[in-house]
Design a protein. Sequence first.
Length: 84
Amino acid sequence: MPDMSASASLAMTHLVPLAKELDEDKVTPGVLGFIVFAVMALAVWGLMKSMNRHMGRVDFPESEDPGVRGGREGAEVAGAEKQG
């Protein structure tokens, strides 16, 4: 098994110069941006959970066989229009 400390130190030697290349005058979101994003994510999660609970409570009354009844009525109306 290879020594992990050697590969970790090699990775760090490559990443440290990259960190120094960052422009210090550059604006980044920082901690406040992360906190705002996290609060928004929690709010969306809570709203989705609430919506799921409320949609589970909805009960739509359905007829016994809506396809058969709707088909007959539609055919009778079409037949009456042709005759009249």
